[in-house]
Design a protein around this ligand. Structure first.
Ligand SMILES: [Zn+2]
Length: 428
């Protein structure tokens, strides 16, 4: 048809098509959704004040009193909104405080789980505001996200749209360093995930990307033992090869084989070997003379897989390599599964599509899914097998897990507005 038009008519036709297309991309917000956006637009200073209060609480994962104080602060924000907050303590032997859970009872719409965390990696307690940025431990990871989560709910409450919705807020107190055993620490979160349809997680966000997949993180450990004696006996049938040659063989094979798995990384973080090895939680020391065959070698590291299946495959590979040991050596291999990988899937992509639409409707542009290798492990992965899960809905920031951590304060309002519209649509 276009070919039969005169150039002028063709140009007019194309302009009209373009206008129709743009209008369709920018659907209207409902009057209620417009009210959400208007209410949040006036909340920036209150949000910054709450962020400041929370960042001034020193709450690294190991600080039990600090994490508890974070619970008290946020429970106090949620209770007046009709939530029933409860403190879920962890066993003192875990060295971690506990979690904040809060339920809003209702029967309408989808059951939504909103995830944050109370702890930080580094100690903090200092909040520095520099114009539109705030610096301090937890500003971006993830007290800023917690504030966005709370204000998305506050917005629904403010316009009278919260009643009847089924929402659970879960803020863990040990996200950055999970209390052992992991099964106990994460049982309440997994139970909450099983009871929900959709999980929204407020780890660090960005304008055009949200998280539908992330790699997991597990720790592994190798301990090689071998007969020790005069070094002149090494390579003999009686003495074998010593513990260090065997550890070196295993590590070299790990490096050669594991790198073939796409997107997977496996780091060796510490190696120690000798006649005697003394281990500490994050270190080891060894002694050994040149004329003694080493009796012991240890190595530790982590492994980050893209999918649960890939982690299984990597573990099997590692166990097979360990099993092909040099003569007279013996190796114990342990893999401790910490954060599971979060594989992308249709249910997560459905939530992403809703978030993308909310963002477009607000005039904030499209939002796409992410490359899982560019996102660290996180709590969302524990619930992802049970419900449609979307992460990365938090504050824009940089320098997480480092002294230079900072956050973009302007994104408090824009991110909570996108989250509020998404939450509103999910809970109708
Ligand atoms: Zn975090």
């Amino acid at each position: 048809m276009l070919a039969r038009m005169t150039p002028f008519v063709r140009r007019v036709f194309c302009v009209v098509l373009g206008i129709i297309g743009a209008a369709r991309l920018r659907a209207e917000l409902s009057p209620e959704e417009k009210k959400l956006a208007d209410w949040l637009a006036g909340q920036q200073e209150e949000m910054i004040a709450l962020l400041e209060k929370s960042v001034k609480i020193d709450s690294p994962s190991e600080n039990v009193a600090g994490v508890r104080a974070m619970h008290d602060l946020f429970a106090g924000e949620l209770q007046p909104l009709g939530f029933t907050p409860r403190w879920v303590p962890l066993a003192p032997s875990s060295g971690r405080a506990g979690h904040l859970f809060a339920d809003h009872q209702g029967a309408r719409g989808q059951r939504v789980l909103m995830i944050g965390h109370l702890d930080t990696v580094l100690p903090g307690g200092r909040f520095v505001r520099e114009g539109d940025r705030a610096r301090g431990s937890g500003t971006s990871d993830m007290k800023g996200g917690d504030i966005i989560l709370i204000y998305a709910i506050k917005a629904l409450h403010a316009i009278g749209a919260l009643a009847g919705s089924q929402i659970t807020v879960a803020m863990t107190g040990d996200e950055e360093s999970i209390g052992r055993p992991v099964e106990d620490s994460r049982r309440p979160l997994i139970e909450a995930g099983k009871a929900c349809d959709v999980a929204l997680c407020f780890e660090g966000g960005s304008r055009n990307e949200a998280t539908t997949a992330r790699r997991g993180a597990s720790n592994w450990e190798l301990e090689v033992t071998a007969p020790t004696g005069h070094s002149s006996g090494i390579f003999s049938a009686a003495m074998g090869s010593g513990a260090i040659y065997e550890a070196a063989r295993v590590l070299d094979r790990f490096q050669t084989e594991l790198r073939k798995l796409p997107g997977l990384t496996a780091n060796v973080s510490l190696v120690s070997g000798g006649a005697e090895v003394t281990e500490q939680p994050f270190g080891a020391s060894a002694t050994g003379k040149a004329n003694i065959i080493p009796a012991r070698a240890i190595a530790r590291g982590d492994i980050r897989a893209v999918t649960p299946e890939q982690l299984d495959q990597a573990e099997q590979l590692m166990r097979d390599i360990v099993a092909q040991h040099l003569p007279r050596t013996e190796t114990k291999f342990r893999l401790e599964r910490r954060y599971p990988p979060m594989a992308s899937g249709p249910r997560h992509l459905e939530v992403l599509a809703l978030y993308d639409q909310a963002s477009r409707d607000l005039g904030q542009g499209p939002v796409a899914g992410n490359d899982p290798t560019r996102r660290g492990a996180g709590d969302a992965a524990f619930v992802a097998p049970y419900c449609g899960t979307l992460d990365g809905l938090g504050i824009f920031g940089s320098g997480a897990h480092a002294d230079r951590e900072s956050a973009d304060l302007k994104s408090l309002v824009s991110q909570s507005t996108r989250a509020a519209v998404l939450l509103y649509r999910l809970t109708r």
